[in-house]
Design a protein around this ligand. Structure first.
Ligand code: ASP
Ligand code: MG
Length: 450
């Protein structure tokens, strides 16, 4: 079977006609790329999310609808032959208007998914036409025909076996004849209701699709030319990484490097599909390849920063030489469905950080009832305004002498919860929010710029 590449374009990459044309050029320059997965045009999902939340004020609703219409009409205006595409866009805009009105009476997760999915449905009509008008044989495919999920609206779970069977039956044959343009982010449950994978979910969609069609590679085109040693806005001398392993890249995504949604790599990893990350604005700059096997495995690969950390410290003299204390603590945490991220222990205290649970991006909270239950066992302290600094690399814990290098770089900072040794791919610690970017800058200077 001849295998092909899947190219995913994010919202900024399909923001307008010029951006869409750049995407088309990228695909034209890579004859092995047959399948395009697109996000909604930049800003569109935000507008739809607001409408889906239920906007009572009719004037505000009209305003949002007008903004949506403008974004899509600006592309239509530049098409040579807009007639059919315009009909589709008009129909979708009309459906948004009525769903937004319904949401203003009563919003629901199901209605929200129906509404926010329109962004991708519209962008793919436009993108298909842009690709076609440049002389390519392109067709649009509704991914809901194969992307089977459960009915957990807003955070649907993919049904892998069905997706793969449907993709082989309906999508792969199409990709052999045409360039196919389809939607990221959305799917459909067994009853045909539209579902979504959650904000930013189109990278994950693309990876699922790449897995289902057994792609030879997955290209993620975004607005940065690949993965950097750290965020260049913090350390201007950060450099792009040309090749990085799956394990290192997953650590980076987990530790808050915004470039990839943390679950993105899972399907690609399962099938050993190499993933490329590059900028659709500057494709000539190249990008980063994420692979199973990489040529170089430097000790220090990158630095990531995750903000909004909540640290919980539990202290009790009863812990001294006792057993079962941690078991009780974790029983309480499990009962309240609290997922723990980092953990360090000493004889009479335990510190842990809480995993991010809400998609809104705020700091995770220790629920009151959980706190009260823990207080029956020990003293509980909760600290906010902390950031997690993660150093990612290879065999970090096995090398001699590296620790002094790292710690002398950050000797002026007050470090909390230093975690290393458990994973050969990272070491991390917490610092106060106000010191976090300085700490990254200093570490980058000492470990990456020498
Ligand atoms: N359009 C969706 C969002 O903005 C999905 C994505 O772009 O990944 O969240
Ligand atoms: Mg995105």
């Amino acid at each position: 079977m001849s295998r092909f590449n899947v190219a995913k374009f994010g919202g900024t990459s399909v923001a307008n006609f010029e951006a869409m044309s750049r995407c088309a050029a990228i695909v034209e320059n890579s004859p092995n790329t047959k399948l395009i997965v697109s996000s909604a045009c930049s800003g569109v999902t935000n507008l739809l999310v607001e409408l889906a939340g239920g906007v009572q004020n009719a004037e505000r609703r009209e305003q949002l609808l007008a903004q949506l219409a403008d974004i899509h009409h600006s592309v239509l205006d530049q098409l040579a032959d807009p007639v059919d595409t315009e009909k589709q866009i008009q129909a979708l805009l009309a459906s948004v208007a009525s769903a937004a009105e319904a949401a203003s009476y009563q919003s629901s997760k199901k209605l929200t998914d129906h509404l926010v999915a329109t962004g991708e449905l519209m962008s793919t009509y436009l993108l298909t036409q842009v690709v076609k008008e440049r002389g390519n044989d392109a067709v649009r495919f509704d991914i809901r025909d194969i992307m089977r999920t459960d009915d957990n609206f807003g955070k649907a779970e993919a049904q892998l076996d069905e997706i793969s069977a449907l993709a082989q039956e309906k999508l792969v044959p199409l990709c052999k004849k045409h360039i196919v343009v389809t939607q990221g982010f959305i799917g459909s449950d067994a009853e045909g209701n539209t579902t979504t994978f959650g904000r930013g979910g189109s990278d994950y969609s693309a990876s699922l699709i790449a897995e289902a069609v057994q792609a030879s590679g997955l290209e993620i085109w975004t607005d940065v030319p690949g993965i950097y040693t750290t965020d260049p806005r913090i350390a201007p001398k950060a450099t792009p990484i040309s090749e990085i392993s799956f394990s290192e890249a997953s650590e980076m995504a987990n530790f808050g490097a915004k470039i990839l949604h943390p679950s993105t790599l899972v399907p690609a990893l399962r099938h050993d599909i190499p993933v490329f990350v590059g900028s659709s604005k500057q494709p000539e700059k190249g990008g980063t390849w994420i692979r199973h096997q990489v040529q170089s495995k430097p000790l220090f690969r990158a630095l990531a920063l995750r903000r909004n950390q909540t640290m919980v410290t539990l202290r009790s003299a009863n812990m001294f030489h006792a057993y079962g204390f941690l078991a009780k603590v974790f029983e309480i945490l499990a009962k309240h469905k609290i997922s723990v991220d980092l953990i360090t222990t000493s004889e009479i205290s335990v510190s842990l950080t809480l995993d991010q649970t809400d998609t809104a991006g705020g700091a995770p909270e220790l629920p009151c009832e959980a706190k009260q239950e823990l207080e029956q066992l020990c003293k509980v302290e909760v600290e906010h305004n902390l950031c997690l600094v993660a150093l990612i690399g290879n065999k970090i814990s096995e090398k001699k002498g590296y620790a002094s290098q790292v710690f002398s770089a950050v000797e002026d900072f007050n470090l909390k919860m230093i975690c290393y040794g458990a994973s050969p791919h990272n070491m991390c610690f917490l610092v106060h929010e106000s010191e976090s970017t300085d700490a990254i800058e200093k570490l980058h200077l000492e470990l990456f710029e020498q």
